[in-house]
Write a protein that binds this ligand. Structure first.
Ligand code: SF4
Ligand code: SF4
Length: 356
């Protein structure tokens, strides 16, 4: 029999060789866990073994000097084992409770805050931004750094009614996902087409098929094969830009930022929910995005003051109602917040075919 083909070397690696030995030994056999203080978790195994996890915030995009510094702290003050969370926090695991405070001090001394657990505002999940992706309209990681600088106290203290998960997304594809508060780019004008480049750069049938409202069709412009957009139909989603960069949708003035609230992935206490738009048209104002920070802080302060213990953002809004949410936060409610678009029934691209 022919030899089996070896597995392809991609995907998440086996975590066991990198895991703290106490975690490997007690894998799946934990008796309970608790939360001794912000940023610290305690787990006890059925065997009686104990382990403490200390969570520190980072600046998200890290150079190798920072990573070496974090690794040195793990060797000197921890047990030499760390893991990065999906939100780019770093977690240190130690099997001796006496190591926790010196470890926290070492991290604080280097400027890393300890927090992000339980009912704090945890680090903001973000998409790749200008550093990695080819279609962003803003820099998600930059928004995160600027905002977390302002939300430092809410990260290191556990004073929110429940956990707060935030995300930022640098285009309307929103690969940042659902969140209690989501900050998402919002294009407000249809793409501008550079007809000289379309024929050389774009596979036109793919671009036509990509539009969710069938607003793009082939056209001959100045004797060259190109594309045209029915601007009355276009919903300015930006989906045509990735397969066809000459259909430029990013614009320094007309690409704005919108804020959505009330999404969550968890099914604890209430079902998962999609977030909903509450503020639109905020300027994409790098490098500190002050207008975005102001709205986010307003929403957080209102939730903190008005939410009952254990209410996630959407539970609080469901209890008080959306009109009260807008009243209490002082955000303007406009006709654009009403989702009355029914065009999707007639022309939204609902085919189950996969296209590339
Ligand atoms: S949100 Fe959009 S631009 Fe940003 S990383 Fe995801 S797909 Fe790329
Ligand atoms: S921006 Fe979206 S709706 Fe407008 S033409 Fe491009 S794909 Fe279609």
């Amino acid at each position: 029999m022919a030899e089996l083909r070896p597995p392809i070397e991609s995907g998440a690696p086996d975590p066991m060789p990198y895991m703290h030995p106490v975690m490997v030994k007690n894998y799946g056999k934990w008796a309970f866990h608790s939360h001794p203080k912000p940023g610290v978790l305690y787990h006890r195994a059925e065997s009686g073994d104990e382990i403490w996890t200390v969570k520190a915030g980072t600046q998200r995009q890290m150079d190798h000097y920072t990573i070496r510094e974090l690794a040195d702290i793990a060797d000197q003050y921890g047990d030499g084992f760390v893991r990065f969370t999906a939100r780019s926090n770093i977690e240190y695991m130690v099997a001796d409770g006496a190591k926790v405070e010196p470890l926290i001090k070492a991290l604080n001394d280097k400027g890393y805050p300890i927090g992000g657990t339980a009912n704090s505002v945890s680090m903001i999940a973000h998409t790749q931004g200008w550093l990695h992706c080819d279609i962003p309209g803003t820099d998600a990681s930059g928004v995160v750094k600027a905002l977390m600088d302002e939300l430092y106290d809410d990260f290191v203290k556990c004073e929110m009614p429940n956990r707060v998960k935030m995300s930022t997304s640098c285009c309307e594809i929103n690969c940042g996902g659902q969140a209690d508060i989501a900050i998402i780019v919002q294009h407000t004008k249809p793409p501008k087409i550079n007809h000289d480049l379309v024929a050389n750069v774009c596979e036109r049938p793919s671009v036509v098929a990509r539009c969710p409202v069938a607003a793009i069709r082939p056209a001959l412009v100045n004797g060259k094969p190109s594309l045209e957009v029915d601007e009355k139909k276009c919903i300015c989603c930006g989906a045509c830009f990735p397969p066809c960069p000459p259909m430029q949708i990013n614009d320094p003035e007309h690409s704005k930022i919108a804020i959505w609230v009330g999404g969550k992935n968890s099914n604890a206490r209430s079902k998962p929910t999609f977030h909903k738009l509450v503020a639109a048209g905020l300027p994409n104002n790098a490098p500190r995005w002050p207008e975005v920070a102001e709205v986010v802080k307003k929403i957080l302060a209102t939730y903190k003051a008005d939410g009952k213990p254990w209410e996630r953002m959407i539970d609080w809004i469901d209890r008080i109602g959306w009109p009260a949410f807008f009243d209490k936060t002082g955000l303007p409610f406009t006709k654009y917040h009403i989702d009355n678009w029914r065009g999707g029934r007639a022309n939204l691209n609902a085919s189950a075919h996969i296209r590339f």
